[in-house]
Design a protein around this ligand. Structure first.
Ligand code: AMP
Length: 158
């Protein structure tokens, strides 16, 4: 369990913690791979969410998932991209959290993932929690905890 004092201070930063869905670059499951390739190259994010027409979260997409389809025996070709769409190559197994997830769960997932998508009870995409925003919140706690709480080292038992 995270200490209550730290949890409360992180909650103060909660407003800025979630990057809302409308600020997150994403693709639709039925977008052509050529479009997704251009978008991922332009936005420069390594991994982005894949949604359906009702904003349900279906997968995640990276450039290597696309370029894998372009690699031939001793060449690369963009020809295979013409007939493929995002859902043909996207990752469908991945971690998510619900919009009411506790900080403990989020922190554990951010150890292994640079970001965690947040969904509601109907799997509608709400946004992402990133390791970067978490580090900013931790920085805030580290700098301010002694202004708000008495933090003293307990006497050692030995
Ligand atoms: P950051 O912690 O800001 O470096 O972001 C970590 C990862 O989260 C990025 O590599 C992307 O995969 C994803 N990400 C962060 N911000 C966005 C965004 N606005 N749109 C899409 N993906 C994002």
């Amino acid at each position: 369990m995270i200490a209550k004092s730290i949890q409360d201070m992180l909650a103060e930063k909660e407003n800025g913690f979630l990057i809302p869905g409308d600020k997150v670059a994403s693709v639709q499951e039925d977008n052509p791979l050529t479009h997704a390739f251009l978008l991922l190259t332009k936005v420069r994010y390594s991994k982005i969410p894949v949604l359906d027409g009702q904003s349900h979260l279906l997968g995640l997409l990276t450039i290597p998932m696309i370029t894998n389809k372009m690699i031939e025996l001793d060449d690369i070709s963009q020809q295979p991209l013409q007939s493929l769409i995002v859902k043909d190559v996207m990752q469908t197994e991945f971690d998510t959290v619900k919009d009411d997830a506790n900080m403990d769960e989020v922190l554990h997932l951010l150890v292994d993932n640079p970001f965690v998508p947040v969904v509601d009870a109907d799997n509608v995409f709400c946004g992402i929690l990133t390791r970067r925003e978490m580090m900013k919140a931790f920085n805030f706690v580290a700098h301010n905890i002694e202004n708000k709480y008495d933090v003293t080292k307990k006497a050692s038992k030995e």
